[in-house]
Design a protein around this ligand. Structure first.
Ligand code: N01
Length: 547
């Protein structure tokens, strides 16, 4: 972890600044927070480590990076003019398109002037006596504000695996989440990709087209289905735009924050095998993750039902991949569908039919070391010129743990969360007054459409601040009982599903030593929203407002 003590003296010449709200992060959440809170008359400032706005979409520039929620839905809803005027060229948006959109929003609503770029927040400390947060940055800012919002993202701390010798590799290496702005030319090179999560599955088909040879090091096969991406359908765009407010409202009141098929009424087990096949085939052709997962009402809660959909996808993989041995390796068999984030791809499985692509099964023959020449497993060494880590992130808690967050003389947030994150509604933490999180652990977060979750949380926080101020309160704190009860509820809901069963980043399993705790609320965005709306309507029960 960085701290002020190891910075050069010149860098820490203090610059004192005071705001009503200090925001950490200049991505989709930080930008909307500036906009929303300014409208409430608050003086705000966001601090962003990157040299541009955009958060996730600023950093993740790997080839093929694209959102797996449709463009017309993965966008802000707060301005009707914006959603009417913006045109998305494709059904699913690419990273450059999304970044262009975010930059447009930042300019259009004059948000950029309140983002301090190239500036990493190192610490945030709450003083109980003054009810003020003080944030310190790596560029010497000492920022005081009564309120602090962590808009730090859920997948913003890239992680290199603990494989011996990573630093010894003499070729070029990259992490999907820290991709160079100038891009990477793989032409004629022997390339290795470690990891077959969403990032790996998106980049592999593109790298394969350029590389002399691509070696994919797969530890766990993943469920993926085709996106059927293409140019934006003009008719669909017109229909969406003429119904936007209604569709956004419907999305906010749906389990995934996405409008797609109507909610399922049938169990997968109550229909014939032929009917199931027809339904899955239709969903496969439709090309949305939420469409497949909502084919039947019990896919996420009943293993037998889940198996029927999982087997359908495995059959598809066997139908696409010509070499039966490779096809079998690509078939996920060790976790239920959706217990790891399912993926949406463009020609992913087809890529393994290319002569210049080799799938290396590092489940049966694990990577022993990265050597100066390449990757060595127990049985072979693969010489590589370029190595790509698509190995994921310290998800949900990583970015906040990198900041020394505490109330004066109290434990740090990382210490509070040593046994796993505890939050009230995924928004506040007992013992850390006036600190808010956007899409924090214990909220639906990445299990629902992220921009919707972000807008909902920031609106909720803004209303909460408004309520406190109008009642003359300066201090808002989650009650410990309310936090514990919410934490238990989150765990209970998850335990009633199949989702926590895999070794996924949802449970922190990808980070050695991270406590295994399921970190998302998976009861549905609609249910979550109803709960948070009620908390607010009842005068913010579970929060103590004083001062
Ligand atoms: O990361 P991941 P990601 N040896 O953690 C493997 C979002 N996202 O960057 O499964 C060998 O999912 C690891 O193997 P295993 C989305 O929410 C969205 O791909 O642990 N392999 C796994 O295959 C997503 O879920 C979009 O056995 C090792 C991979 O690395 C989240 O970001 C696009 C290893 C990591 O997969 C993270 O996705 C991209 C080792 N030592 C991302 N260590 C879209 O919207 C790790 N692995 C489409």
């Amino acid at each position: 972890m960085q701290n002020a003590a190891n910075l050069p003296a010149a860098a820490i010449a203090a610059r004192f600044e005071r705001y009503d709200v200090a925001i950490v992060g200049g991505g989709l959440a930080g930008l909307y927070a500036i906009h929303r809170l300014r409208k409430q008359g608050l003086r705000v400032r966001a601090f962003e480590a990157g040299s541009g706005v955009g958060g996730t979409w600023f950093w993740n520039r790997y080839p093929g990076a694209r959102c797996d929620v449709e463009s017309l839905q993965y966008s802000y809803s707060f301005s009707d003019e914006l959603q009417q005027e913006w045109s998305w060229p494709e059904r699913y948006p690419t990273q450059p398109e999304i970044l262009k959109y975010i930059e447009h929003v930042a300019e259009r609503f004059d948000l950029v002037r309140d983002v301090q770029l190239d500036t990493r927040v190192l610490s945030a400390e709450f003083d109980n006596a003054t009810a003020m947060w003080t944030l310190k940055t790596d560029r010497g800012h000492v920022v005081t504000a009564p309120y602090c919002i962590m808009a730090t993202g859920n997948l913003s701390t890239p992680r290199l695996p603990d494989i011996p010798g990573v630093q010894s590799f003499q070729g070029d290496w990259y992490h999907s989440g820290l991709w160079p702005h100038e891009g990477v030319d793989f032409t004629g090179r022997r390339v290795g990709v470690i990891g077959t999560g969403s990032s790996g599955i998106q980049m592999i088909p593109i790298i394969a087209q350029q590389a002399a040879h691509l070696f994919v090091f797969q530890r766990t096969a993943n469920f993926s289905m085709p996106a059927h991406n293409g140019p934006m359908d003009a008719q669909q765009e017109r229909e969406f735009k003429s119904n936007y407010p209604k569709l956004r409202e419907a999305a906010r009141n749906s389990p995934a924050g996405i409008v797609d098929y109507p909610p399922p009424e049938k169990s997968a087990m109550e229909v014939s095998a032929e009917e199931r096949e027809r339904t899955y085939e239709e969903r496969w052709r439709h090309g949305t993750i939420v469409g497949m997962l909502s084919a039947y009402k019990d896919l996420l809660v009943n293993k037998d039902a889940n198996d029927t959909a999982a087997e359908f996808i495995r059959k598809k993989i066997r139908g696409i991949v010509r070499d039966p041995k490779v096809a079998e390796l690509l078939c996920p068999t060790d976790h239920p569908l959706a217990s790891k984030r399912p993926c949406l791809d463009s020609h992913y499985f087809e890529t393994y039919n290319r002569d210049n692509v080799t799938l290396v099964d590092v489940r049966s023959d694990p990577i022993a070391a990265i050597t100066p020449r390449g990757v060595r497993t127990g049985k072979a060494e693969y010489a590589l010129a370029t190595l790509v880590f698509a190995t994921g992130f310290d998800a949900m808690t990583g970015a906040m743990h990198e900041i020394d967050i505490r109330a004066k003389d109290g434990p740090t947030l990382a210490e509070r969360w040593a046994q796993g994150p505890q939050t009230y509604l995924g928004i506040m933490v007992a013992g850390l007054p006036n600190l808010f999180m956007v899409t924090g652990p214990g909220s639906p977060s990445v299990y629902a459409q992220m921009i919707m979750g972000i807008e909902y949380h920031i609106d909720w926080i803004a209303d909460c601040l408004g309520h406190a101020r109008s009642h003359g309160h300066t201090r808002i704190e989650a009650e410990l009982d309310a936090e514990q009860a919410w934490g238990e509820h989150v765990q209970q809901v998850a335990a009633g599903t199949l989702i926590p069963r895999a070794n996924s980043w949802y449970v922190g399993a990808n980070i050695p030593g991270k406590p295994r705790v399921f970190m998302l609320y998976v009861g549905g965005f609609d249910r979550y929203k109803r709960r948070c709306d009620r908390v607010a309507a009842d005068g913010y029960v579970g929060l103590r407002m004083t001062g």
